[in-house]
Write a protein that binds this ligand. Structure first.
Ligand code: FPP
Length: 248
């Protein structure tokens, strides 16, 4: 149950259909505890499963989590290796319970370039949960928004070249359907709310197209400390915003 302080808040609360999260601050979280950075990522994975369960209970339809960007390969090899193993651990420890909750796991990004064990775990999770009707937990892994747009443009240009599409038939909708997020149901492709933790205030190549009308919520909380209560606060803040989509 969504734990609002009073009934009024709860009944009038609008839950965003799609929430995107830029999970930042794992390294700093570990540093404040004088632990190696990788332990911050491990704690980040635990926060992720808690927040995913809370979002699913709340009625969120899609939760996209930015787990690894195309730029993250420049990190020390040991750290990259550790992060790449997290989906394997996530599959064993957390996917069974998410599956019982009806959560459907999907992924976006250049998944073919991930280590085989990483992509195998994610594919197994996708297959296991393919028929679930609950929240979609969408992993953005080896994801970059500009690369996503570039790929979409290449696919569309090829269709124009073979005469399957006229140039003036290339609409917003056509572009949207050719992005990685084109695999999501059309009405929930774009996040209404994007959360970034750890005090950073930028998108870092996360969903540049899809975020055109998103509300942004920035918090100083480091990702491993972000929990169900933090999510609730973000959704309450979202409800205080006045979304006009360019109108009055
Ligand atoms: C950014 O924090 C975080 C990441 C690059 C990795 C995020 C990954 C997880 C939270 C776990 C994902 C789990 C699965 C199953 C894939 P940072 O390291 O940049 O933190 P810093 O800015 O404090 O250094």
């Amino acid at each position: 149950m969504f734990g609002f302080k009073n009934k009024e808040d709860e009944s009038s609360l609008q839950v965003p259909k799609h929430i995107g999260i830029i999970m930042d601050g794992n390294g700093r979280w570990a540093k404040t505890r004088m632990q190696p950075r990788v332990l911050g990522h491990k704690a980040g994975m635990e926060a992720l499963q808690e927040v995913a369960k809370a979002a699913s209970r709340m009625g969120v339809q899609v939760l996209t989590v930015y787990a690894f960007s195309t730029e993250n390969w420049s990190r020390p090899e040991k750290e990259v290796k550790f992060i790449m193993n997290l989906p394997v651990e996530f599959y064993d420890r957390y996917v069974p319970e998410l599956h019982r909750q009806g959560v459907k796991i999907q992924m976006i990004g250049d998944v073919d370039r991930l280590p085989a064990a990483t992509s195998d775990s994610l594919r197994r999770a996708e297959e296991l949960t393919a028929d679930n009707q609950g929240m979609i937990l969408n992993f953005a892994l080896n994801y970059g928004g500009r690369a996503e747009l570039t790929k979409a443009v290449q696919k569309i240009v090829k269709q124009v070249q073979v005469g399957a599409l006229e140039a003036d038939q290339v609409t917003d909708q056509v572009i949207s359907s050719h992005l990685y997020t084109g695999v999501l149901p059309e009405e929930v492709r774009d996040p209404e709310l994007i959360i970034r933790t750890s005090g950073e205030m930028r998108l870092s190549n996360f969903m540049p197209w899809q975020s055109a009308y998103s509300e942004f919520y920035f918090t100083d909380t480091l990702w491993p400390d972000f929990d169900a209560q933090s999510l609730e606060e973000a959704v309450q803040e979202y409800n205080r915003r006045n979304r006009r989509f360019g109108g009055v």
